[in-house]
Design a binder for this molecule. Structure first.
Ligand code: FPP
Ligand code: MG
Length: 351
C-alpha cells in the first residue's frame, strides 16, 4: 500500500478532493475512473452550455467557468463503481446533476441578493435578475434533456429532487410554522435544499450503472445525510477568522441575518441562559448593521468559541456518522471505504 505523493505536507487544502479520497494503491484504480470521469464531465458541461444565442451562452458559461468542486459528479462516479463503472450514461447523469446544481445557484443568488459566487460577482449583478433567472431555467432545460436519454426512472428522480429543492427554498423563506421546532425545521430545509441533490447524485450512480437495486436506498440516505453535514460545517466555517487566502469576512451569514445552527441553539438556550440571551440580543440582525464594525468582529469571535458552535460541529459529525451507518448494506471494499472518506472529507474541510 502506498500513499499518494504529497505536494505540501503541511496543508490539507493542497490536495484535490480525489487525492484526499484515495489513500492506497488499491484505491488508485477507482481514483483514475473518477478523474477520467471528471475530465469528461468538464467537456460535456462546455458542450451542454453552448447556445446559438450569444448572450445565453455567455451567461450560462459564466458560473461554470468560475470553478466549483464537482462534488456531485464525483459522488455519482464513486457509486457507479458498484455497477458497470463510469460509463457514458453515468457521465451523462453526472453532467445533468451538475447542470441542475448550477441552475439552482443562479436562482439562489437572486433570492439571496448575493454579491459574490465562486469568487466572481453574481450573474444578476453582472446582468440583471431576469437574465440570471432565465439562465438558470436554460440550464435546467438542458439538464432535463440529458436525463431524458437515461429513461423514466432517472427523470422521475430528477422531478422528485427538483420538487424538494424548491420546497427547501420555500420553507427556508417562510420559516418555521407556529408550534414547529425551529431546529427541526432548519434540518429539514437543509435535507431538502442541499441533501436532496447530493442524494440524487449518489442514487443515479447506482441506477445508471446497473448496480444492484438494493444499493439505491443506502447511497441515497448516505448522500442526503452527508449534504446536511456539509451545510452544518458551512455554518461553522462562516464564523472562521478572516483569511487572506479566501478573502472572506468572518460571520458573513450572521451579518446578513441568515439563520444558522449556532444562532438557533442560542435561541433554544436563551430562556434559561441569560448569557446566551445577551449574546443573541447583541447579534440581532435588526441592529447588527448599525453596530460598530470592531464590536461585530468581537461578537463573531465570541460566537466562534461558544459552546453552541462546538455543538454545531458535533451535530455535523453526527450526521456524517449517520451517513456512514447508512452504507451498511454495501459490500466491503474500495467503494464503501472511499464513500466513508468522502463523508470525512466533507466535515473536515475548512473552506
Ligand atoms: C444554496 O443555499 C441553495 C441551494 C442549495 C438550493 C437552491 C434551490 C433552488 C433555487 C430551487 C431549485 C431551482 C433550480 C433551477 C434547480 P445557500 O443560500 O444556503 O448557500 P450559498 O451560501 O451557496 O448561497
Ligand atoms: Mg445563497
Amino acid at each position: 500500500m502506498t500513499k499518494p505523493a504529497r505536494r505540501n505536507a503541511g496543508s490539507s487544502s493542497a490536495f484535490s478532493l480525489t487525492e484526499r479520497l484515495f489513500a492506497t494503491a488499491d484505491d488508485r484504480r477507482a481514483a483514475k475512473a473518477v478523474d477520467t470521469g471528471i475530465v469528461r464531465v468538464e467537456e460535456r458541461l462546455v458542450e451542454e452550455t453552448a447556445f446559438h444565442d450569444g448572450l445565453a451562452e455567455v451567461s450560462a458559461r459564466y458560473l461554470l467557468d468560475a470553478g466549483g468542486k464537482r462534488v456531485r459528479p464525483i459522488l455519482a462516479f464513486l457509486t457507479a463503481q458498484l455497477g458497470d463503472g463510469v460509463t457514458d450514461d453515468v457521465v451523462t447523469a453526472a453532467t445533468s446533476i451538475e447542470l441542475i446544481h448550477l441552475a439552482s445557484l443562479y436562482h439562489d443568488d437572486v433570492m439571496d441578493d448575493a454579491e459574490q459566487r465562486r469568487g466572481v460577482p453574481t450573474a444578476h449583478t453582472v446582468w440583471n435578475n431576469s437574465i440570471a433567472i432565465l439562465t438558470g431555467d436554460l440550464l435546467f432545460a438542458r439538464a432535463s434533456k440529458l436525463l431524458s436519454i437515461l429513461g423514466e426512472r432517472a427523470i422521475r428522480l430528477q422531478a422528485d429532487t427538483f420538487e424538494r429543492l424548491c420546497l427547501g427554498q420555500l420553507h427556508e423563506t417562510a420559516g418555521p410554522r407556529v408550534g414547529e421546532d425551529p431546529i427541526e425545521h432548519y434540518l429539514r430545509v437543509l435535507a431538502d435544499k442541499t441533501g436532496s441533490l447530493i442524494a440524487a447524485s449518489a442514487q443515479l450512480g447506482v441506477l445508471v450503472s446497473n448496480a444492484p437495486d438494493e444499493y439505491q436506498q443506502a447511497v441515497f440516505d448516505f448522500g442526503e445525510k452527508v449534504g446536511i453535514a456539509f451545510q452544518l460545517v458551512d455554518d461553522v466555517i462562516d464564523l472562521a477568522p478572516p483569511s487572506d487566502k479566501t478573502g472572506k469576512t468572518a460571520g458573513t451569514d450572521i451579518r446578513a441575518g441568515v439563520v444558522t445552527l449556532p444562532l438557533l441553539y442560542l435561541q433554544r438556550d436563551a430562556p434559561t441562559d441569560p448569557a446566551a440571551a445577551e449574546l443573541l440580543r447583541r447579534l440581532d440582525p435588526a441592529t447588527i448593521d448599525v453596530t460598530p464594525a470592531e464590536e461585530v468582529d468581537a461578537l463573531i469571535a465570541e460566537l466562534r468559541v461558544h459552546p453552541v458552535t462546538l455543538e454545531t460541529t458535533a451535530e455535523a459529525h453526527r450526521w456524517a456518522a449517520e451517513a456512514v451507518a447508512a452504507l451498511a448494506p454495501l459490500p466491503e471494499g474500495t467503494v464503501k471505504k472511499t464513500l466513508i472518506r468522502f463523508a470525512d472529507t466533507m466535515v473536515e474541510r475548512s473552506s
